[in-house]
Design a protein around this ligand. Sequence first.
Ligand code: 1CP
Length: 377
Amino acid sequence: MWGNVRGRGETPARASPTGFPELKNDTFLRAAQGEETEYTPVWCMRQAGRYLPEFRETRAAQDFFATCRSPERCCELTLQPLQRFPLDAAIIFSDILVVPQALGMEVEMVPGKGPTFPEPLKEVEDLLKLRQKVDVAAELDYVFKAITLTRHKLEGKVPLIGFSGAPWTLMSYMIEGGGSKTMAKAKAWLYRHPKASHCLLTLLTEVIVDYLVGQVAAGAQALQLFESHAGHLGPEQFAEFALPFIQSIAKQVKSKLQKDALPAVPMIVFAKDAHYALEDLAQSGYEVVGLDWTIRPQEARQRTGKSITLQGNLDPCALYAPKEKIGELVKRMVEGFGSQRYIANLGHGLYPDMSPEHVGAFVDAVHMHSRHLNKSQ
Ligand code: 1CP
């Protein structure tokens, strides 16, 4: 199943793989599309990650981006958490920084330090060093291959989520040259060079649109856009340098999917720490809004209305609590959001020192409490 199939019978404008195994658990897709579900579906950001011993083994002594370029290894890492937990979705193993690489920038993963750009953007003139027309099909073919392979190997167990970083978050890495506490260099561009910033964000938007459409063509059944650095912007900068591009991505992806007779997959926007923009995000063209843990479920519901699905938002650090306590926190969270039009997740990714057993307790608690809540209503 392709989720919500549109344009069936039309000749696809691009050759997409077909003949994927039939989807057995569509709970996540149903919740994302606002349909009724028997229980609340659940997945975890960074579910394929270092907290799993089998992940550390597969990744051991391998360069991170070499791993990203191996469809077989990406497929294996994507499937690992599903072998342990009854998760309702898989997310393709990759990284948001493959997009700056496609634009011609070098990015290395330095052990103990994280992603590093040896030559970040410093001056406005550096923009000219970027590829102005990116052949996404060629540059990011390895991600598309990983998605197609994983879709087959999933055997229809659960849907596969594709993703991209959002323009502002990618821009901030390209200027900072890696992680940063303040984002001062990237924010200086916004204040000093607003026009050049708009040019860069527009270029990124074009690449991201083709990248996301390509992921659906390859077999992705939902898409998540990560605006992980939204919290560094205030309401005004978000309105100028993030929201218009986030909106444009949803609009363009949807229209290209339709034009190419590809499935109309649900789209999720996760803008971390951007509560000030919650109303706008709920109307930005995405079926699902992802939330971090710093907002109450009831408040998020009130501010976003009934026609949107919410995703989130347990504090990842709650997984350090004893298992009974995790159960209590999950119960409160599910009651706060309500069991419908809701996808349970953490408010951000899992950390490497978290216990797989506690991740399992989180997943089980979501299923159990949402079934109870459904019955009692
Ligand atoms: O060697 C390793 O394994 C390093 C850890 C790691 C992992 C497991 C990195 C480095 N990336 C990933 C995979 C990854 N990255 C996924 C896989 C799918 C899954 O979730 O299971 C996804 C969706 C991402 C997306 C990503 N990369 C984001 C957005 C989500 C978020 O965390 O906000 C961001 C910001 C990145 C950049 C990145 N990649 C890796 C690190 C350590 C970072 C953060 C760097 C920083 O800002 O300090």
